[in-house]
Design a protein. Structure first.
Ligand SMILES: C[S@@+](CC[C@H](N)C(=O)[O-])C[C@H]1O[C@@H](n2cnc3c(N)ncnc32)[C@H](O)[C@@H]1O
Length: 418
């Protein structure tokens, strides 16, 4: 009996240990979920995952965490119509910072999730511009295992205190702001991240829409010119700070005109949108990332920012035009840039098929015509160029090859079988 009991106890102990191990690994895994991670570093979510921000919750939490006197001081400065008053008050100390981001948790988690989906090599040097007291830097340190993260903002005292409490020694804080970024000019970074800063910069005042009749008039207006100049000065600085094969990640709320303004200004400073590194379909009003590189990735496309902008309102599935309507679309694109044209022989249907891909002001036409006279056309935003090429490669079983920048069919497809 006694032996059996001991065995049972041993078995139970083992099971208990396994359970504990399992619990530990579940907990460990949960820390890679943004909401759990932020909770772990002291940011208690004040709203549910699908709830909107509610600044009233801040009052309740201030009272709970810091007492009635602090709540009274908050009420003196807080103006319900102005987010800034609450933001500034909540950046006076670490406990208040935790209250602020507890209320902002859903936006924060969305950015954190976008960053997690970005593939990053370990041991890189990262610069987080406008990184506040470091909350996202702690997340990046967790998911990317960088060599170091430098946070540039104006809360280095709070950031340093927070990092110390978390035993996180890979993060440096420096009081430095855009556009000059004084004090961080003597080194380069593999990744620069600017999350929810550009769209919030009061002096820049980025629009989500414009009054002018068309966007070109807007870009030429005083307001448009000011924004372009300001963004170019930022882009210039970022280019200096980024390594040649590095990436710049902008997380923000995007509109079609913001894509044109930011993308176009940065392009003039040698920073090009890199759709290999982000999904253009995800870029919209909800916070999402756009990635830039120093080398243009999608060579033949003349205006990628406009292409990304065109993606804003086009449906995910392209509309198909057939017959004369396809020819009409081809006529609309007749003065566009032919990005590729090629033919191939389809042995199933015994047809020669000719494809053209033509770009015009941010849109792209895929035109298909067969020797049997069938015409079809599809319209995409030009930023989908690589995706469309990949799709065609699959359709044509990679039977197309490139010759001098243009694609033509392989020699064995030149002649039709007898
Ligand atoms: C909405 S918070 C975003 C914080 C963090 N990046 C995030 O996504 O959670 C905006 C931050 O931009 C900072 N900021 C404001 N003006 C700035 C400037 N000129 N240069 C850099 N950061 C600035 C603010 O201090 C604030 O921390």
């Amino acid at each position: 009996m006694r032996i059996a009991f001991t065995k049972k106890r041993e078995r139970n102990n083992k099971m208990g240990k396994n359970k504990k191990k399992k619990k530990k690994s579940v907990k460990e895994a949960q820390i890679n979920i943004p909401r759990q991670f932020f909770k772990k570093i002291g940011i208690r979510p004040l709203v549910g995952p699908n709830e909107k921000r509610n600044l009233k919750m801040i009052e309740r939490e201030i009272s709970r965490r810091l007492g009635k006197d602090t709540l009274e001081s908050f009420r003196v400065v807080f103006e319900p119509e102005c987010d800034d008053t609450a933001f500034n008050f909540c950046h006076r100390s670490l406990p208040l910072v935790k209250v602020w981001y507890g209320d902002d948790i859903n936006h924060l988690c969305r950015v954190a999730k976008e960053l997690k989906d970005f593939e990053m090599l370990p041991n890189l040097k990262i610069l987080d511009i406008g990184g506040g007291p470091g909350h996202l830097a702690f997340w990046m340190a967790r998911i990317w295992n960088p060599l170091k993260v430098v946070v540039a903002d104006q809360y280095s005292h709070i950031g340093a205190e927070w990092a110390q409490s978390l035993n996180e020694d890979r993060i440096e804080f420096i009081d430095s702001l855009l556009p000059d970024l004084k004090g961080i000019s003597d080194e380069q970074f593999d990744t620069i991240i600017i999350s929810r800063v550009l769209g919030n910069l009061e002096v820049l005042d980025l629009p989500t829409c414009y009054d002018e009749f068309n966007y070109i008039d807007y870009l030429k207006s005083d307001s448009g010119q000011f924004k372009i100049d300001f963004l170019r000065s930022i882009g210039h600085k970022l280019n200096e700070l980024l390594t040649d094969d590095g990436h710049l990640i902008i997380a923000d709320s995007w509109s079609d005109i913001r894509k044109v303004l930011i993308g176009g200004s940065f392009e003039k400073e040698g920073l090009y949108m890199n759709p290999d590194k982000f999904d253009p379909r995800r870029v919209g009003k909800e916070h999402s990332i756009v990635v830039f590189s120093k080398t243009p990735i999608v060579e033949p496309i003349p205006d990628l920012p406009l292409g990304l902008s065109a993606a804003e309102n086009l449906p995910n599935q392209s509309y198909e035009f057939v017959g004369t309507s396809a020819e009409t679309m081809r006529t609309f694109f007749s003065k566009g840039n032919i990005l590729k044209d090629f033919e191939y022989y389809d042995s199933n249907d015994e047809d020669i098929i000719k494809f053209e891909i033509i770009e015009k002001v941010g849109l792209m036409l895929l035109y298909k015509v067969t020797n049997g006279g069938l015409k079809r056309a599809w319209i995409y935003p030009s930023i989908y160029y690589k995706k469309v090429i990949n799709m065609l490669m699959e359709v044509t079983n990679e039977k197309i090859i490139e010759k001098g920048g243009r694609v033509t069919y392989r020699d064995d497809f030149f002649s039709l079988p007898n």
